[in-house]
Design a binder for this molecule. Structure first.
Ligand code: SAM
Length: 243
């Protein structure tokens, strides 16, 4: 469980909000059972025991505190071409499990979905709740953020500070070159991954991205769905970087 620092008081942690229902009614936990707790980005994990279940809070006794880090040694931002229906939810959940640092929905020429300001705020709230829940279940030390959507040109400008920018492209030439690009990523570096929506990128968009430092990579000879492509490249990087 993630808690705010104010919920930690010496040897006691107080669980509040929706987590109370989760512990009591979903997990059906009882006093004496063990729970792991951390705060977003603190890299410290508290091993606790449930001491008291109250109507609107759960009190935990702290048994031990340890420094912990299960984050990838690279900060990877997924710039995802906005997909249709609720595919973004699946992408966020799985990307968080695989260790993504942040997700940015991106509007490209072939993006079909249009988000007005109100719709986007509602979506962002839901997407960030999904990221938090995935971070909790996969034992992340950091809760990845889903940021406001950007147009492709703005997203590329935003990515300029990153060490590597990759644009998986189904017409990219050669696996050997792609492997070389991906293997150049080292611990401590930052990475941006640009994935097209269902209709893919227009060639001119890929050319523009490459002109701004993006490296085109192939993810094999089969066409992957937009919701598969980001997860595939994240898996490759995770496998390569995980210590
Ligand atoms: N029409 C399908 C869909 O509905 O999802 C496929 C969409 S695919 C064109 C979307 C994006 O996935 C592409 O823009 C590209 O970023 C990535 N992609 C898919 N297959 C790929 C491959 N074999 N190599 C590299 N990137 C790929």
């Amino acid at each position: 469980f993630f808690v705010n620092p104010e919920q930690i008081q010496d040897s006691e942690i107080v669980i509040l909000g929706t987590d109370v229902n989760h512990i009591r009614n979903v997990l059906r936990m009882k006093p004496g059972e063990k729970v792991s707790v951390s705060t977003d980005g603190a890299f410290r994990e508290y091993q606790c025991e449930i001491s008291k279940i109250e109507p609107d809070c759960i009190r935990l006794g702290v048994l031990s505190v340890e420094e912990e880090n299960r984050e990838l040694p690279c900060r990877i931002t997924l710039f995802q071409g906005l997909p249709k229906s609720d595919k973004m939810e699946l992408i966020i959940q799985k990307a968080v499990e695989l260790g993504v640092y942040a997700v940015v929905p991106v509007e490209t020429r072939r993006t079909v979905v249009k988000l007005d300001a109100k719709k986007e705020q509602n979506k962002l709230k839901r997407w960030n709740a999904i990221a938090q829940s995935a971070a909790k279940q996969s034992g992340r030390m950091v809760i990845p953020k889903v940021r406001e959507s950007m147009k492709l040109a703005d997203a590329l400008a935003y990515a300029q500070s990153l060490d590597h920018i990759f644009i998986p492209y189904e017409h990219a030439q050669g696996m050997a070159k792609s492997r070389e690009f991906l293997q150049a990523v080292k611990s401590g570096q930052s990475v941006g991954i640009f994935i097209g929506p269902e209709g893919g990128f227009e060639e001119s968009e890929v050319q523009k991205a490459c002109g701004m430092g993006a490296q085109p990579v192939s993810l094999g000879r089969r066409i992957l769905r937009t919701e598969t492509a980001g997860l595939a490249i994240l898996s490759v990087l995770m496998f390569q970087l995980e210590c």
